[in-house]
Design a protein around this ligand. Structure first.
Ligand code: SF4
Length: 673
């Protein structure tokens, strides 16, 4: 290989220059760091030397906007050698997740890939909504573009296909059928001896429906409908007729885009300088079933690198892998990516750039959709930016509050003090930065000390936002300021406290009262700042404060449930501390123990069959109010995508959320019954 000389940037130091000259030609991952040592970009390459040096060579693509930027900010480049392209791909993904570099496209979280899971090994399988695909032998369908999209699919399935919706644990312990049996939506295998062949037929129909093979399904149903009519089973015939109509209606809404019966993800993109949108069209069985767009701003690196990184992260996070992945342009290492994805899927996957014909037309359609998504996202960006600028002016902040973190302190059962941290990026919630803190430095109720501790702990983590917003008044503001001062970062982040409106004056029968509105305290100003009623910029702060409250409440509920459940566990005869710990270790959470069957508990060390059955029985009795209610316990989860069944690991997965889902489902069932 001929080495092209590196363009030596005026500000590049000698060490870095030397490093560039001695880079290995092996495959690996490179980390670009700024002058403060923060990782700003992670990339992979088959040949590290040629890739990294390409950023600094004249005459190739050095007009790219990021080159002058590198000159300004680049402090160091680190490389990690690996044995193969595949390893580089995996490592790049891990490092992007760990360092969150500002110039990489980064998928926020994996909660977005909503899929349906069907485990056909169970005698009476059910559909579950999950956020992650596992190699667990079950079948997965999707991903769906949104909770709304999956809800519509589930609505049809739950109404017309006769699958149970309750969890395995509920199926085992119900003693009478729930409402869904009464409204003829479930054959109630929980109680009755439903012939497996009959149930299997419903499962096969659901699979055909989810695979997009509706014409085949409709044909089968028509045969059964005619048969039912011939045998004078008019009720069955009418039910099948309704089922056929519902399927045909859903078919009309999907657009036939391709004559082959293959599953494809079609990627498109549109870029305007640092603004970039990707679009994925999901084609299942030749039909366009849904689409999703992803918007990124502040991107400086070449499009092919961003596309390659995006594709890797997308499938690395558990999205369903189809038969074919169509890309809008070439990226490095297509073959190794194909091999890797085929291995991950367990079946052949093709990854390629179509040049002509129907498939090229699909890519162009994805590109057009990406362009539209970019226009809309930028419009929203501009509106949010204006609000943030107004906020900056009104509060006299030293920087634009693009990243805000808001803290709320609360108490649990009068003793345990907890704090919630929520965040917004460019005015939109950034859930990847949500946190809970248990206050450790003292016992009792001291809000100011709690604020000091939580802000100090947050500062230790580094990567400070533009603004810390504290829920509270002057006292809380001073405590937070003291924490910044103690940590030596005063001035590196803006600070404000938002106090809730309250009633003042004599509230007695003859007294006169008034209301002090929501107001904001900032350091250096004696009086609070009051915004005009309904000021849109103030809404950004109010929304964050309310979100922090909500997040704190969900944490409390989770703690309360854990405390209650722990005390229930302690009462089970024959289960001492050692076995309790073994249960927790095995299932990982109290919720999972509650959902476990006797068979599953038997697998835990120290649990005989008899003891496992006793635990299941005991736990079932301990939740008597729910037992044998008319709603299938767990149905809300399996029917409602927002509940994210199976993968709920977040603190938001609280009893309150589950109760809300259950009541929503109850309404759904009642209104459609
Ligand atoms: S509890 Fe309800 S949903 Fe579950 S099997 Fe019984 S009838 Fe069907």
């Amino acid at each position: 290989m001929i080495d092209v000389p590196v363009v030596l940037f005026p500000e590049m130091d000698a060490n870095l220059r030397e490093k560039l000259d001695s880079l290995p030609t092996a495959p690996g991952v490179y980390l670009m760091k700024d002058r403060e040592g923060n990782v700003v970009y992670v990339g992979k390459a088959v040949n590290l030397r040629s890739r990294v040096r390409s950023y600094f060579q004249p005459g190739t693509s050095d007009t790219r906007s990021f080159v002058p930027l590198l000159d300004r900010i680049l402090g160091d480049i680190e490389v990690i050698l690996v044995d193969s392209e595949k390893e580089a791909l995996l490592l790049e993904n891990t490092l992007i997740k760990r360092h969150k570099p500002r110039f990489n496209v980064r998928l926020r979280d994996d909660k977005s890939y909503i899929c349906l899971r069907l485990d056909e090994r169970h005698p009476y399988p059910r559909l579950e909504v999950v956020r992650r695909i596992r190699q667990d032998g079950a079948r997965y369908f999707g991903p769906y573009s949104s909770a709304t999209a999956i809800r519509e699919t589930l609505r049809i399935i739950n109404r017309y296909f006769q699958l149970r919706t309750c969890t395995d644990a509920v199926l085992e312990r119900r003693t009478r059928p729930c409402l869904l049996y009464q409204i003829k939506r479930c054959p109630a295998p929980c109680v009755f001896d439903v012939p497996q062949e009959e149930y299997r037929r419903s499962v096969r129909e659901v699979v055909l429906f989810l695979e997009g093979k509706e014409p085949e399904l409709v044909e089968q149903l028509r045969v059964r409908m005619r048969q039912a009519a011939d045998e004078l089973r008019f009720e069955d015939a009418a039910r099948l007729r309704d089922q056929i109509r519902a399927i045909e209606r859903s078919l009309e809404r999907q657009r036939m885009v391709f004559s082959e019966f293959v599953d494809q993800d079609v990627f498109g993109y549109h870029r305007e300088g640092p603004h970039l949108a990707f679009e994925i069209l999901y084609i299942r069985g030749g039909r366009l079933v849904s689409a999703r767009s992803f918007y990124f701003s502040g991107q400086e690196f070449p499009t092919e690198e961003l596309l390659s990184s995006f594709v890797d992260q997308y499938y690395g996070q558990g999205a369903a892998i189809p038969d074919e992945i169509l890309l809008p342009r070439e990226i490095e290492g297509l073959e190794s990516r194909e091999a890797h994805l085929s291995e991950q899927r367990g079946r052949k996957v093709r990854v390629y750039v179509p040049r002509r014909g129907e498939k090229r037309r699909l890519v162009e359609m994805a590109n057009r959709n990406a362009e539209q998504a970019l226009v809309e996202a930028r419009k929203k960006d501009r509106t949010n930016l204006e609000l943030l600028e107004r906020l900056q002016r009104k509060l006299g902040l030293s920087r634009l509050p693009r990243r805000i973190e808001c803290f709320d302190v609360s108490h649990f059962q009068g003793s345990l003090v907890v704090a919630s941290q929520v965040a917004a990026l460019d005015g939109e919630p950034d859930k990847s930065r949500y946190r809970h803190y248990k206050i450790k430095s003292f016992q009792g109720q001291d809000d100011f000390a709690a604020i000091h501790e939580v802000i100090s702990r947050r500062i230790e983590k580094g990567d400070l936002p533009d603004l810390f917003l504290i829920d509270g008044g002057k006292g809380q503001l001073h405590a937070a300021r003291a924490a910044l001062k103690d940590a030596g970062v005063l001035g590196q982040v803006d600070l404000a406290a938002i106090a809730e409106s309250r009633i003042v004056g004599d509230t007695g029968p003859t007294g006169t009262t008034g209301r002090v509105p929501d107001r904001v305290f900032v350091p250096g100003l004696k009086d609070p700042i009051v915004f005009a009623p309904n000021a849109a910029e103030f809404y950004v702060l109010q929304r964050l404060r309310d979100e922090a409250h909500r997040f704190a409440i969900t944490f409390h509920q989770k703690l309360r449930r854990a405390v209650n459940f722990r005390s229930v566990l302690e009462q089970i005869p024959g289960v001492g501390e050692k076995r309790r710990k073994a249960l927790l270790r095995h299932f990982g959470s109290l919720r999972r123990i509650r959902a476990a069957t006797a068979d599953e508990i038997c697998e835990v060390e120290g649990f005989s069959r008899a003891l496992a059955e006793r635990v299941v029985e005991f736990l079932a009795r301990s939740r008597d109010p729910d037992r044998d209610s008319d709603l299938p316990e767990g149905a809300a989860q399996s029917m409602d995508p927002d509940a994210a069944v199976g993968e709920v690991v977040e603190d938001e997965a609280t009893a309150a959320a589950e109760e809300a889902e259950a009541s929503r489902m109850a309404q759904d069932v009642e209104s459609s019954a």
